[in-house]
Design a protein around this ligand. Structure first.
Ligand code: PNS
Length: 159
């Protein structure tokens, strides 16, 4: 069984994330989506809410599993026998930090990181920008799954 993990904060999942997960799911037998818990970062959605939004968004993919993890990504991989991390690269600006993390993770445990170039339609997309645009009433319907759109509209509705 060839396994890979797509890790992230997913606060919330966007169509950019989904595009990478879908492409990874065609390359691997099983793709794990790991919602990495960062207690020092206050999110808009709780970890359980993020997982529910992701599960609804990937419900038609047969080989994608979602779970939360508190700790190092390499430990997550070790515990589940996952040899590969899959990440999307949006632009050169992503590369510096992603390269550092990939090299650190490889040095810690030998896990490999595979980069998939983001679909250009999503190269500007991030969870933070989606939240900001949604908070000011901008149209994000083409940028997030339907279930996320509904939740964001409810949560960020201004009086
Ligand atoms: O969606 P994000 O916030 O850009 O994802 C970053 C994430 C969660 C993938 C990264 O911070 C991570 O791997 N965190 C887990 C803790 C860890 O392993 N840190 C060392 C990275 S070299």
């Amino acid at each position: 069984m060839r396994r890979a993990v797509c890790p992230g904060s997913f606060d919330p999942i966007t169509n950019g994330h989904l595009d990478i997960v879908a492409r990874a799911s065609r390359l691997y037998d099983v793709v794990h989506i790991a919602v990495m818990i960062n207690k020092s970062k206050q999110g808009l959605f709780t970890v359980d809410e993020r997982i529910a939004l992701i599960e609804e968004s990937v419900k038609d993919y047969g080989n994608v599993q979602v779970e939360a993890f508190h700790g190092l990504l390499v430990d997550y991989c070790k515990q589940r026998d996952i040899p590969a991390i899959v990440k999307g690269l949006r632009a050169v600006s992503d590369f510096d930090y992603e390269l550092q993390m990939a090299q650190m993770n490889n040095g810690l445990s030998g896990v490999e990181t595979l980069f998939i170039p983001t679909n250009p339609a999503y190269s500007f997309l991030s969870s933070s920008l989606v939240k900001e645009v949604a908070a000011w009433g901008g149209d994000i319907s083409h940028l997030v799954p339907e279930v996320v759109l509904r939740e964001l509209r409810q949560r960020l509705a201004r009086p």
